[in-house]
Design a binder for this molecule. Structure first.
Ligand code: PLP
Length: 378
């Protein structure tokens, strides 16, 4: 777009990798930008992924993750992404032919259904209205005789937060274990594996945990641990067999507490965000993110963009609002140096989504987004 001088813009300068020097600020539905102290450790020289120093850093990082998740069973931190640990969860907690109930909440609920099918599980789908939270009664009815219930905590496609504590109770009443995809919730919503009765919780590092992508996190509650122990056969993956990870933690714990080379810089980066979140206090972090999400949501509503989630079910890390012409809004913001997301099934082409993750989750950035949306819709 020509500037005030009427001259065409100068082409963006690129670094030697071909990446423009001024990439847009990320207000997308993940990843978020990372804080300076995280960036600093991420750019450090490699260190060995074994030995006393490493073992100590790794142990403290995993302990902090466990504290954040409210999981007394020490979580697994596995190279890959959040989805790596969704696969790991399905490999370890279920066996082919078992029956699972999956809530179809949108794009990532559908992803869980695809994964369940690929793991040769018998799938029972529970439909969920767009914008509505999952109905725990529907889960209870569907889960009779099932081995497991699977759902997202926050559906990133709609910005809806689902009532995981009630779903856990419903699953347990029916005799099933409950597996939660918390990739878009942990760090921005209250999650407590032990207290909420979650049997398996999966998350990643690049959304609410404000670290780069590249690690998956998996925590087991007592019900999940029981399933892992009582399997009749080893999972069809060595890399993702949790008992392999347990063995290394136990037998090699003093110098190399994991079966593979850990991406040490990613773990160090995660260490910094765990410290920051725990120092501030999870309740404070979640509360301030809820306030920011409310400001963003109400600002958009004042501009005529109604929230996708029903009242009371709005998530904190991603704000989704209906829009007549999302592409024009996205393009206008991009011209101002801010990248937001469009919709995903069932909001594809019909909504915008603003991510409130990491270093750009600030009042100032939300003001800039609202300003840009106002210009685009006027
Ligand atoms: C982002 C996201 C995923 C995918 O996570 P990866 O880290 O890319 O594997 C899965 N589920 C939800 C709810 C997400 O928001």
């Amino acid at each position: 777009m020509p500037d005030a001088s009427g001259l065409p813009p100068t082409p963006p300068r690129r670094d030697r990798l071909g990446v423009p020097a001024d990439m847009p600020s990320l207000m997308i539905a993940g990843p978020g930008e990372v804080h300076d102290e995280t960036l600093e450790v991420f750019g450090r020289q490699m260190i060995a992924h074994y030995g006393d120093i490493w073992t100590d850093v790794h142990r403290r990082t995993v302990a902090m993750v466990g504290e954040l998740l409210g999981a007394s069973d020490l979580p697994y931190v596995i190279p890959g992404t959040g989805t790596t640990c969704l696969d790991a969860a399905l490999f370890n907690v279920f066996e082919a032919g078992q029956k699972v109930v999956v809530a179809n909440t949108g794009f990532f609920g559908i992803r869980l259904m695809e994964m369940a099918r690929q793991h040769r599980l018998e799938l029972h789908e529970v439909p969920v209205d767009v914008g509505a939270p999952i109905d725990p009664d529907a889960i209870r009815d569907a889960a009779r005789g099932a081995d497991g219930v699977l759902s997202v905590h926050v559906e990133t496609a709609t910005g809806v937060r689902h009532p995981i504590e009630d779903i856990a109770s419903a699953a347990h009443e029916a005799g099933a274990v409950y597996m939660v995809d918390g990739i878009a919730s942990v760090g921005g919503e209250l999650v407590n594996v032990d207290r909420m009765g979650i049997d398996v919780l999966v998350t990643g590092t690049q959304k609410g945990l404000e670290a780069p992508p590249g690690l998956g996190i998996l925590a087991l509650g007592p019900g999940g641990r029981e399933r892992v122990k009582s399997r009749t056969q080893a999972p069809q993956s060595w890399y993702l067999d949790l008992e392999v990870w347990d063995w290394y933690r136990r037998e090699w714990g003093a110098w190399h507490p994991h079966p593979v080379t850990m991406p040490t810089n990613l773990v160090l980066a995660l260490f910094t965000s765990m410290q920051r979140i725990l120092d501030m206090g999870v309740d404070t972090v979640v509360g301030s993110r809820a306030d920011l999400a409310k400001k963003c949501r109400e600002g958009l509503r004042n501009l005529g963009l109604e929230p996708v989630p029903h009242a009371g079910a709005e998530a904190n890390l991603v704000v989704a609002a209906w829009a007549d012409d999302p592409a024009t809004i996205q393009k206008h913001l991009l011209d101002k140096g801010i990248m937001i997301s469009g919709g995903l099934t069932p909001t594809h082409g019909k909504a915008i989504r603003v991510g409130l993750m990491g270093a750009t989750a600030t009042d100032e950035m939300v003001d800039r987004v609202l300003e840009g949306v106002a210009e685009a819709v006027s």
